[in-house]
Write a protein that binds this ligand. Structure first.
Ligand code: HEM
Length: 479
């Protein structure tokens, strides 16, 4: 289990304290001449964390929340990691998320924040666009996420989930060991292929899956050049394969109309009459399929893990699923499954698939008295807010009822529960993700019971998208 920390949040620093640091304080001590001449004077007033880059990466990998809380105790809600020229500013807490996401003075760029990570493997991704261009693309994309479309996607998914989940175990026989992450990933990819592309993957599933894995892995490649055999090279090759697949299907999708995202994008027209070009459709499809299946796989894996650790909740959800009396969920059932909603929300609180996200500050701005100069990278951390004890009661505890109408802990701050982000880039697929996760979980609960070994704690790799390092080993049993 993660470590507990006594002090959750350091007091907000006053402008006086931070703008004129005392001589020889830990924030100024050790500044090299090179640093003094290169970085903006404003940056020097921001508390600076000076351990080695490797040391910081290792600390974050070991215990991300613990590391952020420990830094917050030392520095407060804003501090700078001294990497590269200006370093990276870390902003913590719900007010920081609101400040960056709402982006009222247009100081934060998603395009320049995400570009270094995904620019080569997901060019044209809507998440890495700003301003008018972003609004234009989002207006058209929104058409494919309307309620009527979601209703149809869910109806299509029911039988596909049934067929996919059924292959996990032979129809007869006792409990057996399974690794859930690869099974869930295959299932969500197959669903993405049918709901997004309108095709059955069959033998091509493996190629496509590998291509997505390679593109996502490339976002974190340490060597950014596409050197044969290394991660970025594999990512770019993966992208090339995906582009070929979508380009081959495009003429047929343009010519006909079917109920999948690909077809919707080909025919979508905003209220202003705007439409996507072929290249935009390909770019959006590749990004969307990645964004959709990796995040929902992450959520389902966390839910299965938590429900294995808390069998009383697994039984409670199963009883509710059985009481509904339907093998497959329909759109109007979604609102009736309160406990399932709370459990999904609690899983997303404890392990949001995107634990952090980058922005580039492109215009001088001020946060809580600190000047953030243009040209500085900024990191924000939804996961940190999800563990603040000023917002959540006993935040390390699995407690889905904190989302019940009687408690509503998520309402303690508009940015307390933020797995889907906020502001103009807030996840466009939030409702799709919710209905897909619930539809899969409903069928799993009715078909299987699962458990983990006593004392088992699932080891996580939290970036770029949270997943278990061991695939999540469970014992699965048909009901
Ligand atoms: C539980 C599942 C999911 C989680 C936790 C999640 C989380 C997020 C977050 C945090 C962002 C904002 C990133 C930022 O501000 O930099 C985002 C954006 C986005 N997500 Fe999701 N997502 C999920 C599922 C999906 C699904 C299923 C789809 C598509 C069907 C999708 C499509 C997108 C797109 C297109 C964007 C970019 C939106 C924009 O920039 O305007 N996501 N997601």
């Amino acid at each position: 289990m993660p470590k507990r920390y006594e002090l959750e949040s350091a007091p907000t620093p006053t402008p006086e304290r931070t703008r004129t640091p005392s001589a020889g304080s830990r924030h100024t001590r050790g500044s090299s001449t090179r640093f003094r001449t290169l970085i903006s004077p404003a940056l020097k007033t921001i508390p600076t964390h000076r351990s080695s880059v490797l040391g910081q990466i290792l600390a974050m990998r070991k215990d991300l929340v613990g590391h952020l809380k420990a830094q917050e105790q030392i520095h407060g809600p804003i501090w700078r990691v001294a990497i590269g020229r200006g370093g990276m500013i870390q902003l913590l807490g719900p007010d920081a998320l609101e400040f960056v996401w709402k982006n009222r003075d247009g100081a934060f760029s998603s395009a320049r924040g995400w570009e270094p990570y995904i620019g080569k493997v997901f060019p044209g991704a809507i998440m890495a666009m700003d301003g008018d261009e972003h609004r234009y693309q989002r207006r058209i994309m929104q058409v494919a996420f309307q309620k009527s479309a979601l209703r149809t996607y869910l109806a299509q998914m029911g039988p596909a989930i049934d067929a996919g989940v059924d292959t996990w175990m032979p129809p007869t026989g006792g409990p057996a060991a399974r690794r859930m992450f690869p099974l869930l990933k295959q299932l969500t990819l197959d669903l993405a292929a049918s709901v997004f592309m309108g095709v059955e993957l069959g033998r091509r599933a493996k190629d496509l899956n590998q291509a997505f894995v390679a593109t996502v892995a490339a976002s974190l490649a340490i060597v950014r050049a596409p050197i044969p055999g290394l991660s970025m090279w594999r990512g770019i090759r993966g992208r090339e394969l995906l582009v070929r697949r979508f380009r081959d299907l495009l003429p047929q999708k343009r010519a006909t109309h079917s109920s999948d995202f690909f077809s919707e994008f080909c025919h979508a027209q905003s209220e202003q009459g705007e439409r996507f070009t072929d290249q935009e459709i390909i770019d959006h499809m590749i990004f969307l399929m990645m964004a959709a299946h990796d995040t929902t796989t992450s959520t389902l894996t966390t839910m299965m893990y938590l429900l294995a650790r808390h069998p009383e909740w697994q039984e409670r959800l199963r009883a509710k699923a059985a009481a509904l009396g339907k093998a497959q969920l329909e759109y109007d059932d979604l609102d009736q499954l309160d406990e399932l909603s709370w459990t999904m929300r609690e899983a997303l609180r404890l392990t949001p698939p995107l634990t952090s996200m980058p922005r580039m500050c492109t215009k001088d701005t001020v946060f809580q008295g600190y000047e953030i100069p243009a040209g500085t990278m900024v990191g924000i951390y939804p996961i940190h807010v999800h563990y603040m004890s000023s917002l959540w009661t006993d935040p390390y505890r699995f407690d889905p009822e904190r989302f019940s109408p009687a408690r509503q802990e998520d309402k303690r701050h508009a940015f307390a529960w933020v797995p889907f982000g906020g502001g103009p880039h807030m996840c466009i697929g939030q409702h799709f993700a919710t209905l897909q996760v619930k539809a899969i979980m409903h069928q799993l609960l009715l078909r299987y019971r699962w458990s983990v070994a006593p004392g088992y704690s699932m080891p996580y790799q939290l970036v770029p998208i949270a997943k278990p390092k061991d695939g999540l080993k469970v014992t699965l049993e048909r009901i």
